[in-house]
Write a protein of this length. Sequence first.
Length: 513
Amino acid sequence: MKPKSLAAIKRNRTAKLARLVTRSYYQHKRGKTDQMYHEIYQTFMELGGVYIKFLQGVLLRTEAMRRWHNPERLNVFENIDTEPLDIIGILQRELGSNASQISGIQPQPFAAGSFGQVYYGQHIDGTPIIVKVLRPLIRDLLPYDLKLLGMFAKRYYNQFLPNMDFNFNDAVKDFARATLRETDYVAETAFASELHTYYKGHAGLIIPKTYKEICTPNIIVQEYVGGLSAAQLIKLQHQGVDPKTYVLEQLGSDLDIQLEILGTESLNGMFNLPRIQGDPHPGNIRLLPNNQVGMIDFGIAAATPTNKAAFFGLISEWNKLYSDDSRVGNLFEQFIRFFVSDLYRALKKLSTMRPQTAESGDFTHHVGKIAQDTFSRSFGESDILPLLQDGRFLQIVNEMVNKDNRFGLVMRLEASEMMRAAQTYITLVETLGRRNVVLPIVFDKVVKKTEFDFPGLAHQGDATMSISTALETVTNWLERVAERDPLLFKQLMDRIRLPVSSTISDVKEPENA
């Protein structure tokens, strides 16, 4: 395409987003929430590409968008527009003589994603295959689109996610990195092959074979995985069909077992793999006969946590919420350990500086206890399970315990892709109405397997921190709390009290600090 035409496309997109920002603000101020969501959805679907990826990966996972019940939003997963391409010509240009390994190809795509469209074909050995082709102009427009999207997203996050501080620039850069990687078909080919090798022969989880010898920077060739997509099942559910009954009648499979396999393997992969499939949205999940579940599209690889002990602590405490051994404070403490590791390690370090008595305890425990007390005053100790069962638990904790980010937590986003993947899975289970049955089993299985496979993980400590860095970290944190909630600041100061003489200049570093 000529540069002039490319410039015209950019001007058109800029104008559309500018109008959308103005209209969204107008509708939000007048309480026309549904209309605002609809216009965001329609505009982003028209723009395509990275804007659809933003819908899949950000908007549809927020609490606000989950309250928007317009069934059209599900089109973002599968009913994406295609464009006419000469697939035969593309294969000949990309593969040369190797194109003969593909014995047949349908001229029209049967599916499309944010950046590519998919054709059904047959390998020379008779295996049904798919050929995914990168859309033209994607790489030319993507950097510009990401810049525009960042400006829109900043307004969106400020409006709908007020309760947790985070470095927004890092969040935008993180989304951009993940998106740019999704157009890297060489990397996707390698990752898909990696997962296929690991799960080859698995009784329940199916990863298609990738034909690496006939993949290029612009096309990917893989085994075809049929079955029923989770997105199709959700659409049927909105028409009054019971998902579990439909899967049993059509496939002879137990939907709960399939969702358990998907969840347990994803979480187990956090401890056994360097990366997992980072985009398990409904369009990428295939429900199959014999209680099997397939996974497709490996454009986003989510790196697994470097601090696996902290991640295990988080899911272990989450698992306890489903039993009698449930405490919000303990979960909040592990939340800080995983997401705000610098503060957690700083509190741990400073805890070692004062005489240990029965009343002193660990500073991280004191923070958790304050969070627990805040929760209990509002809901009581016995109300956790009902909140879990109706899906309100995280919302309640965020609104009541951490309202207006009273705890002043600044999240680190190194694990954002991994957590997006986990959130996408949980949203899928919730949407299909299987939360109460599936999630307790998934967490319990993963905790038990991890304890068996990595027996020392639960007792593994975190990296140490110098006293000067710890003092600076905690001081900055307490300043943020004081600005947001003076009463909470006083509670924390009453609990987190160092000797008056303890200053950065006169504290001596102990050996091996």
